[in-house]
Design a protein around this ligand. Structure first.
Ligand code: UDP
Ligand code: MG
Length: 350
């Protein structure tokens, strides 16, 4: 369970709003919107801002940077608001609590107005210097340009190995091909963003949803750097949930696996039955009561049943979450967004 924390409102600077009503957009549409999700990133937010804006001012004529504060409990919000005061290209969406990385990205997309959008981690693991290459491929007619991690520096072997396995398993199981070794660091054209904002599912695996949408996609290969400062905000439990969301949102293979398990155990039990009957009729004297085999068969079938019920439960739980139709996230405040005349019509969030 994520910690629930309500950051203090900053009166005067902000336009309150709640997702589900009207979504503020920036005034005139810039070429590029950069989305940066932030969760307890007080150590990296300033260096990230400086490096990012240096690259952007050299590579694109107009841009906006949308910071999404995902219920940070450190000084992230304070620093973000300070930066917004001095740079009006910088915008801030402040969540009412921690909603998670994928929903932070979603909120940024909902309120972005650039002709294309780049999603980038705050911790400088994804180098902003790759953005000009992505823009080049976008100008050449691609709708999605995703970053492929050629090398992951400074991450534990456990994370590297599990990530490698996960992306490959997912690729085999998913109904749409999801490129391996890619994260959310990517450029997305407005058309794709338009489709993505229509998809209001809760268990969000944004990179999979982008693959599902289709259009012309290309890649840029880059070396993933070490985190600039601070610790990963994806501890093992969160990473596992994310991986399960990815598999269950894009694949029904686990359900089929459940029936396969059932079928296999039924076949094995049937063969055992025949074996038992044959033994009894051919060598009645050698048949021992055989509690061990009974016992292990019960355990085996019980285990298989529990696994299948568990898999069903995972899907049913997700169906329950979806039918509640709650808003995906709640915004405490928007900073530097304007909703004056001439803005795009406020977007209705289903
Ligand atoms: N993040 C977020 N909400 C969360 C967890 C992470 O907004 O609940 C942000 C985090 O601040 C960072 C990005 O998502 O900008 C990726 O997180 P992190 O770098 O910790 O993940 P890792 O690179 O270790 O997989
Ligand atoms: Mg990181």
């Amino acid at each position: 369970m994520p910690d629930i924390e309500t950051p203090e409102a900053q009166p005067g600077l902000v336009t309150p709003g709640v997702n589900g009503t009207d979504q503020p957009r920036s005034g005139s549409a810039p070429t590029l919107s950069v989305l940066v999700p932030l969760y307890n990133e007080e150590l990296v937010i300033r260096p990230m801002y400086e490096r990012l804006t240096r690259v952007l001012s050299q590579s694109v004529d107009s841009y906006e940077v949308i910071l999404v504060n995902d219920g940070s409990r450190d000084r992230t919000l304070e620093i973000a608001i300070e930066l917004c005061r001095s740079d009006k290209k910088l915008k801030l969406i402040n969540f009412s609590r921690n909603f998670g990385h994928q929903l932070a990205i979603t909120a940024g997309m909902d309120s972005s107005s650039g002709q294309c959008v780049v999603v980038i981690d705050a911790d400088l693991q994804d180098p902003p210097e790759v953005i000009p290459q992505m823009l080049e491929k976008w100008r050449a007619g691609n709708h999605v340009v995703y970053g492929v991690r050629a090398k992951r520096n400074g991450e534990s072997w456990f994370k590297k190995v599990t990530a490698k396995i996960f992306y490959r398993v997912l690729r085999r199981m998913a109904a749409v091909p999801i490129p391996v070794d890619t994260g959310d660091f990517r450029l997305i054209d407005r058309r794709v963003i338009g489709e993505l904002t229509k998809m209001r599912e809760r268990a969000r695996f944004v990179r999979g949803m982008i693959s599902w949408i289709g259009f012309k996609q290309d890649q840029v290969v880059f070396e993933r750097n070490e985190r600039f400062a601070g610790e990963t905000k994806y501890p093992l439990a969160k990473m596992l949930k994310f991986a399960v969301d990815g598999v269950l949102s894009f694949s029904q293979v686990p359900l089929k696996l459940a029936s396969a398990f059932g079928f296999l155990s039924a076949t094995i039990s049937f063969l055992f039955m025949i074996y038992g009957l044959l033994q009894k009729s051919l060598h009645p004297e050698s048949v021992v009561p055989g509690w061990a085999s009974t016992f292990s068969a019960i355990l085996f079938i019980g285990g298989v049943q529990l696994i299948c019920v568990g898999i069903l439960g995972e899907y049913v739980g997700r169906i329950y979450d979806e039918v509640k139709q709650r808003p995906l996230y709640v915004v405490n405040e928007f900073v530097n967004f304007s909703n004056s005349a001439g803005d795009r019509a406020p977007q209705k969030i289903a």
